[in-house]
Design a binder for this molecule. Sequence first.
Ligand code: ZN
Length: 162
Amino acid sequence: MNLPLPITSAFASGSASASALHAALPKLCPCGGAPTAIKRKGAEAAFADCCGRYIVQAQLPPDALHLMRSRYTAFVLENEAYLLQTWQEANRPGQLEFDAGAKWLGLDIKDFVPTGLQEGQETAEVEFVARVRVAGKASRLHERSRFVCQDGRWLYVSGVNI
Ligand SMILES: [Zn+2]
């Protein structure tokens, strides 16, 4: 499949150019809201009350689920700095590539599981589907992502496409 691959390890490296464009901050959060739970259908949240707390106000996401949502939102906003700073250093790409024609259609969280201590650090997994349209063609990215909490900060480790 030829997906634009956001937020995934497959997306990570070797891109030639990153878009310098940043979308204006939205009123409603692109992640779809439901800041304290797996998304309920039809739920909406203000950006400032949802992922904006982490992306703009620099609060720390309390768990991997909130981090996952905020990374999706950062991807929609083409906020490369936030995506890189929430990526575990060992797996972090040098830069990201944003598809200029991509229109993000939404995020669905399918699963969120704390997976306990590994090497003394809290870990968790989040499974999600992100939908995007590029040049009129809709596609979906279905990934199960792993996260680790280092020094109180949840970080994206890597993901497996499903
Ligand atoms: Zn959000």
